[in-house]
Design a protein around this ligand. Structure first.
Ligand code: SF4
Length: 83
């Protein structure tokens, strides 16, 4: 049940690295329509298309262990913000 999950949402490529996820649920709290925790308390996509772009980005950025990566339309990584 680990590995990566990927979705294209609002033109953004969102990748959940389930091996990194520690299940605190910050992403779920910020965008409950977009993410949920599975039976193993690891994040999966729910319906991320239902979350407006800015809040989706905030939810991905909220992850304390950077388990969610987002790339913009040009393929540039925007979450986590590159140093
Ligand atoms: S915020 Fe990160 S660590 Fe927490 S549930 Fe979401 S993906 Fe997992």
């Amino acid at each position: 049940m680990s590995g990566q999950r990927e979705r294209i949402v609002h033109g953004l490529r969102v990748v959940i690295d389930r091996d990194q996820c520690v299940g605190f649920g910050d992403c779920v709290r910020e965008a409950p329509e977009g993410f949920e925790l599975d039976d193993a308390t690891v994040a999966v996509f729910a319906n991320p298309e239902a979350v407006e772009r800015e809040r989706l980005l905030r939810a991905c950025d909220a992850c304390p262990v950077d388990a969610i990566t987002v790339y913009d339309e040009t393929g540039k990584q925007i979450v986590p913000r590159p140093a």
